[in-house]
Design a protein around this ligand. Sequence first.
Ligand code: FUC
Length: 821
Amino acid sequence: MILCYNTPANFSYFGWENEALPLGNGHLGAKVFGRADCELISFNEKSLWSGGPTAEGWNAGLPDFDEGRSVKEVQDLLFAGKNAEAAKAMEKLQGNGTAFGAYQTLGSLYLQFDDMTGTDRYVRDLDLDTASAMVTFRRSDEIYSRHYFVSYPHQVFVGRLESERRERKNPADEKNKEPQKEEAPPEPPKFSFEAYFVSEQKGECAAVDDAILLTGTVHDNRGVNAPDGPGKNAMRYGFGVKFLAKDGTVTALPNGRIRVENTSCVVFFAAAATDYINDFPNFSDGCDPLADKVIPRLNAATEISFGTIYRAHLDDYRNLFGRVSFTLGEPQEENVYLTENLLKRFEKKEEYRRALIPLLFQYGRYLLIASSREGALPANLQGIWNAKNDPPWNCDYHLNINLQMNYWPAFVTNLAETAGPFLDFIASLRKPGRLAAHKVYGVGDGDPEKATGWIANTWANPFGYCVPGYSWHWGWATLCGAWAAVEMFEHYLFTKDVETLQSTIYPALEEAALLFSGLLREDPRSGCLVMAPCYSPEQGPVSAGGTFEQSIVFALFEAVLQGADALREAGEGALVNDALLQTVAEQKERLLPLRVGKKGQIEEWYDEDNFSRAEKADIDKHHRHISHLLGLYPFTQIDDTTPALQKGAKVSLDARGDKTTGWALAHRLCCRARLGDGETCDRLITQTVKTAVLKNLFGTHPPFQIDGNFGFTAGVAEMLLQSHGGVLRILPALPKSWSDGKFTGLCARGGFTVDAEWKNGRLKKGVLHAAKDGRCAMKYDGKIMLVTELGGEGEEHEIEVEFQNGVSSFTAKAGKSYAFS
Ligand code: FUC
């Protein structure tokens, strides 16, 4: 699986965004431009942020709230039907963004070559099977190649630049030549270059022996008028790049540059670090990043051969990436296409469509591995790649869909480990989130050590910003943390890992449930329990009992009840607050439910059919957010057991339309897959390729936003396999154009892994692997499925299968595989 180009990326922001190729290990990100005469590699370190506790004016937005008084005022106005007055009062529910900060760039490494002109046969590619970027070109009989990757095991970026000479031989002469014993390879050509590092962080940069070293504190060049305030802080960072030449010389120059002279092979390592740790309230480990982290990593890498580091990188990466395969059409030799041609001719040539869809699907998995690894912050709005110190939306953690979407593909595409940073990050919001819950809602006493309930809203940074943002029109979304906690629970549903449930997931879920259980109000109109104030993300208007919030509370209660059962079953019931769960179980039955309105739609707002003309005029019927359909995806309140709601969801999706942005197309794709509508999925995929994918296959909102990539991968997985609501659905949304195909290694809830093959649109055969003991229920197109247990040497044994309503169920045993057809 290769992204392939015959030109380098332009040296501009456009080139960075659209053309340069991404590498990463979750901590360190890089983008390769690949120009023959001058190489450019841009670098990012995931925790390099402005803002936070050491920036002037930082207060986490907290002082702007009044311990629940304004919330109460808005609630009373809403229950009295005074919605316009309630909207006015919402102005008291806005935080400030002083020193919120932004994800920063680290800088760019340039390698300026002497005399590298007159080159041809240029190829630049990104190989998803090895997580390597390559650049090769020729100059007469000289061949130059560059190989780059970022190693997770060794925590370094690695580059190798090599030259060789291939004599142009005349085939006729060769024939008549006497066979010679051993021909020495021709001398490789020598090349020379100067390396320098450019950083807007304005640190101290020096060349020492064979390395360029940079150190400083975060600069933040956004100026005091940045809407969310300046963010210059005391976060320390370090960067280093060290060169080892096989032949020739490496010299440090007084201007901070390194000169490599007359070599035929040079290997270089780069490393970066900061003193950030996600530890509230100081967020610093007090280290000297250059001396304590960067230089030791560089020295360790130089002790080991390139081959050893590369093999360790391949083992680590392939263990994750290699778990899933997906092909469309008859298996054939892998052709390498120019990526631009795939994009351009995708609609015209079936062969291109069959190549590009799996490539984009796997690219989402590649990007997740590159931008989210254990021990680092989660993937942000741009994963880990950022070329601006004032990036779009601060390149932060948006929780009104974007961060959750980043992790939608993690479990189903067999990359549960990549969700570790998401779990840790959300769990880390509990302490600052308690301060926020106290200031916004007046719960608890403001002691961050007491588990009295936590919230997170639309935007978050790595320093525990948890209150609504500086305009309630997008900032007010107090259920976002609870939504993220529900997504954390998916980890348990897929892996059945009780330890992580117990240590990280359940405590976050139960504490969110504690808070929202206490915040529900009885709606005077319906007698149901509702949240208020509610605000459909970035769309409004303010109301009580909004579907976005109600769906999240429902999903939260369902998850916490299931989580508690799982803990009790595992003998860990002591962790469960039984009285709370009893209340939650009762409240769940009294929640204002999903409703189908006059036009057959799923209502987005309570009573929307009776909205005033002014309220209606304010609504964008084609808004990108479809937050009222969370019940369809990612939650499970709408499925084939609720046909009326399914129908309503279809009406709502049709009415909203598909003229929308990158991530919003991806959410629609996931929703249509859940509705089993393969043809619309196919159409949405075409639209995504035509409008929301850049040349380097990055997703675009626009601008570049990585959730589009991750949501796309999740959507395609959802077309192939679904497992919500206790039933595995095999090939639930196959479009006609995917007539033949095969996948292996997708995961289903319950600890199962599934392979399946289909021909002429019909399932041929499949295999399910069980990692845990448990009941497995499966269905395919309403037909009965035959299931047998696979023994060694290809034998199949009959097992007891129960058939009911088109569902086949059997008891699966850990470590066993089952064939189905
Ligand atoms: C969401 C969206 C915006 C944008 C931002 C980063 O809240 O509504 O369109 O994608 O996140």
